[in-house]
Design a protein around this ligand. Structure first.
Ligand code: DAH
Length: 338
C-alpha cells in the first residue's frame, strides 16, 4: 500500500493538462467518489493497526497534493479563459479629447490680435510685493485708490500679497528693460470679494503697455479701435469716457457698441447701446520715473481688460462662476472653438 501511495504521489506531481476539460477528467479520475484516491481510502480499513498511523498520514498527504495539483491546473486555464475573451477585432473604446478652456481661448485671441501689431507677452508672479502692485504704480501708502481693490495679504504681512491686477507686471517690465517696450501681460488676479454670478475672488486680466518716444493718446485710441474690430467685428465702434486710475493720466474707460444689438439698445447693454470693456490711459510720468524711465524722453500708454468680461461679451455666459467650476456640460460647448 505504501509503495502504491508513493507511486501515485509521484504520478500526481507530474500531471499535466492541455485544456480545462482534461483537468476535469483528471479530477474525476483521482478525486471523485469513484476515483483512485477514494478506492485507497476504502482499502485503508485493511491496513494492519500498527501501520495505520503512518499510512494514514501518507494518504492525507496524497489527497492534499492531488487537490492542490488539480486546483493549480484549473487556475492556469481560468486565466487563459480571460485571454480568450479578448476580441482583438473590436474597435477601441472611446476616449475624450480635452478642449481648451473658454478663458484660454479668449486670452489667446487677445494675444493673437495684439501680436499682429508688435506686442510680445510678459508674465509675472501672482504672489507679489506691495511695491510692484501699488507703490511703483503711483498708489502712495494710505491713498484711497487702494480701497478700489480688495487685497488678499499673505500671512498678515502687508508687504506680500496676491496681485489685484496685472498692472504689477508693468512695474516688473519697466524696471527690468529699456524702452521701446511693447508688451501684453496676461494672468490671474485676486480680490477679496464675495462670490456671486457677477464677481469672483479670482479672475483674469490682460494688460498692455507701450513705451517709446512720442507715443500719444491717438496711438492708444488707434490700437484699441483695431483690437475692438478684430475681436468683435468690423462694424464695432468704440467710445472713450474720462476716468481715473492712479497710474495713468489722462485715464479713460472704453466702451464698445453693444455687439448683441449692434448699438440699438437691448437688456444686455441696459438700453444704452454701449458696453464697457477696458480701462486705459497714458502712463503717468510718476510711474515712469519710479521705474527708472526718463519721462522727459519717453511717453507710453497702458490698458487693462478682464478676460471673463470679454468672454461674456463673446459667449453671453450669464454666470461668471461657470468659468471656474469645471462643469463639463459647460466646457464642452467650446469644443469646436479654435
Ligand atoms: N489695473 C486696472 C484694474 O485692474 C485696469 C487698468 C486700467 C489697467 C487702466 C491699465 C490701465 O493699464 O491703463 O482695474
Amino acid at each position: 500500500m505504501v509503495e502504491k501511495i508513493n507511486n501515485l504521489l509521484e504520478e500526481i506531481k507530474n500531471l499535466t493538462a492541455s485544456s480545462k476539460e482534461e483537468v476535469e477528467r483528471l479530477r474525476i479520475q483521482y478525486l471523485s467518489k469513484k476515483g483512485i484516491l477514494n478506492d485507497l481510502f476504502n482499502d485503508f480499513k485493511n491496513v494492519p493497526n500498527e501501520e495505520k498511523r503512518a499510512v494514514g498520514q501518507l494518504l492525507n498527504e496524497l489527497k492534499n497534493t492531488a487537490q492542490e495539483k488539480i486546483n493549480s491546473l484549473k487556475e492556469t486555464f481560468e486565466n487563459n479563459d480571460l485571454g480568450e475573451q479578448i476580441d482583438l477585432s473590436r474597435s477601441a473604446a472611446d476616449f475624450n479629447l480635452g478642449t481648451r478652456h473658454p478663458l484660454s481661448l479668449v486670452k489667446n485671441e487677445i494675444i493673437d490680435i495684439f501680436s499682429r501689431i508688435g506686442f510680445t507677452v510678459a508674465e509675472g508672479p501672482e504672489i507679489e510685493d506691495d511695491w510692484h502692485v501699488f507703490g511703483a504704480l503711483n498708489f502712495p501708502p494710505e491713498h484711497p485708490a487702494r480701497d478700489m481693490q480688495d487685497t488678499f495679504f499673505i500671512e498678515k504681512n502687508p508687504d506680500i500679497l496676491l496681485r489685484t491686477h496685472t498692472s504689477s507686471v508693468q512695474s516688473r517690465v519697466m524696471t527690468s528693460s529699456e524702452p521701446p517696450i511693447r508688451v501684453l501681460c496676461p494672468g490671474r488676479v485676486y480680490r477679496n470679494e464675495a462670490i456671486s454670478y457677477r464677481a469672483h475672488c479670482f479672475f483674469h486680466q490682460v494688460e498692455g503697455l507701450y513705451i517709446d518716444k512720442n507715443v500719444s493718446f491717438a496711438d492708444l485710441k488707434q490700437a484699441l479701435l483695431y483690437f475692438a474690430k478684430e475681436m468683435f467685428g468690423e462694424e464695432t465702434q468704440i467710445r472713450l469716457r474720462p476716468s481715473y486710475f492712479p497710474f495713468t493720466e489722462p485715464s479713460a474707460e472704453m466702451d464698445i457698441s453693444c455687439n448683441l444689438c449692434g448699438g440699438k439698445g437691448c437688456p444686455f447693454c441696459k438700453h444704452t447701446g454701449w458696453v464697457e470693456i477696458l480701462g486705459c490711459g497714458m502712463v503717468d510720468p510718476n510711474v515712469l520715473e519710479e521705474c527708472g524711465i526718463d519721462s522727459k524722453v519717453y511717453t507710453g500708454y497702458a490698458f487693462g481688460m478682464g478676460v471673463e468680461r470679454i468672454a461674456n461679451l463673446k459667449y453671453q455666459c450669464k454666470d461668471l462662476r461657470m468659468f471656474s467650476e469645471n462643469d463639463l456640460r459647460f466646457l464642452k460647448q467650446f469644443e469646436s472653438a479654435l
